[in-house]
Design a protein around this ligand. Structure first.
Ligand code: 1HN
Length: 355
């Protein structure tokens, strides 16, 4: 929408000439007439500048490998290629509120410890046996695992395997920056000392049981690795006795087991299974969503675009764009969005079918 779109709707353009002197003098006092911008500020429908986009993993992977020859993790701090929404180029945004990157870490490398207000998710795409250490507890990561770094929590990563590890980094820093609330700190030393044995937190809260007096102040789930083996098993079992949702297939949302709320306070995360042969009904919502195909094959239609999907591909559905999935072989899709924030703020809207 251009600046004049709002003006045409709101004010009599012929009369504007006589007001220009007033506008000029008001501007000197940092005053501006709302009536010239009103309808651009408060639109009748979402004003979406983000575009649908598809990042084929086989096309991206060579760039990740080349980046490994050009820079180490010590210098880069994090060796990440940012997935930029083509409608939001140069802003490090996959959607207006969310970051998406692909991080690669080679055998023997360490991504040094730091912490920041922004929360991060890792979704593992390739490799096995690298760890993320969060608040002094390591977790080994496998393809399909969903790993959380809560706000202002020390974290470092290391690859103790003999192959590269690649994961998606999803962050909420654009929300943090909207509020000018960002802080970050580097740890004095490459790695944070180990404070808890691996699996400690999973034992405490990962089995629908909790020790007496267990305290957890943060709004982020205490569970920081949701392993794919369990997620996949749950989807499989669910598909045997439930009806698939016509828009989402079989969908499970990641939750904080202590509260039942979204696992992360700022990012909704989910895994869905769209069984072979299913074509979903059209769905749109105000929560722009980033997807990763973990397994399976098929197509997705986003607005007027159709993307053929192979395992590990990433794509984005902007706000209010209709999405339809066509599954050729059981598709398992991870997704993240800002839905939880929009729900908290009473912004969220969705439309099922073509209604
Ligand atoms: C970050 O801290 C990580 O810890 C990854 O691995 C990606 C992108 C922007 C800002 C901070 C990490 C990031 C990031």
């Amino acid at each position: 929408m251009s600046e004049t779109d709002g003006i045409v709707e709101t004010v009599n353009l012929a009369a504007e000439e006589g007001r220009m002197g007033f506008y000029d003098r008001a501007k000197a006092e940092h005053l501006a007439p709302l009536w010239r911008v009103l309808h651009g500020l408060v639109t009748a429908e979402p004003k979406v500048t983000a575009l649908p986009a598809h990042f084929g993993y086989s096309r991206i992977r060579p760039y990740l490998m080349e980046a490994c020859e050009l820079i180490g993790t010590e210098e880069a701090e994090r060796r990440v290629l940012v997935l930029e929404n083509p409608g939001l180029a140069g802003q490090s945004k996959i959607t207006p509120s969310l970051f998406c990157g692909l991080q690669i870490i080679l055998p023997g490398e360490i991504a040094p410890a730091h912490k920041h207000v922004a929360s991060a998710l890792r979704f593992i795409v390739e490799g096995s046996g690298a760890y993320s250490a969060i608040a002094g507890e390591k977790t080994m990561m496998e393809v399909g695992d969903f790993v959380i770094t809560p706000s202002m929590t020390w974290h470092d990563h290391g690859n103790e395997s003999d192959a590269p590890m690649v994961w998606i980094d999803g962050l909420d820093m654009h929300m943090v920056n909207l509020f000018s609330a960002s802080f970050r700190e580097n740890y004095p030393g490459a790695v944070h000392p180990t404070l808890k044995p691996e699996g400690a937190t999973m034992a405490e809260v990962g089995y629908n049981m909790v020790p007496d007096g267990f305290r957890h102040e943060s709004q982020t789930s205490p569970i920081f690795n949701y392993p794919y083996s369990r997620t996949r098993d749950a989807l499989d079992r669910m598909a045997r006795f439930r009806e698939a949702d016509v828009c989402h297939g079989f969908k499970l949302n990641y939750i904080n087991p202590l509260t039942g709320a979204s696992a992360m306070p700022t990012i909704s995360t989910a895994m869905r299974l769209i069984p072979a042969g299913m074509v979903t009904e059209s769905y749109r919502s105000t929560a722009a969503t980033v997807f990763n195909l973990v397994e399976g094959r098929g197509r997705v239609r986003v607005g007027d675009e159709t993307y053929t999907l192979e395992a590990k591909d990433i794509f984005v559905v902007p706000s209010w764009f209709p999405v339809v999935f066509e599954s050729d072989a059981d598709m398992v899709l991870f997704s993240y969005s800002d839905q939880v924030v929009q729900e908290k703020l009473d912004f969220f809207r969705e439309m099922r079918g073509n209604a």
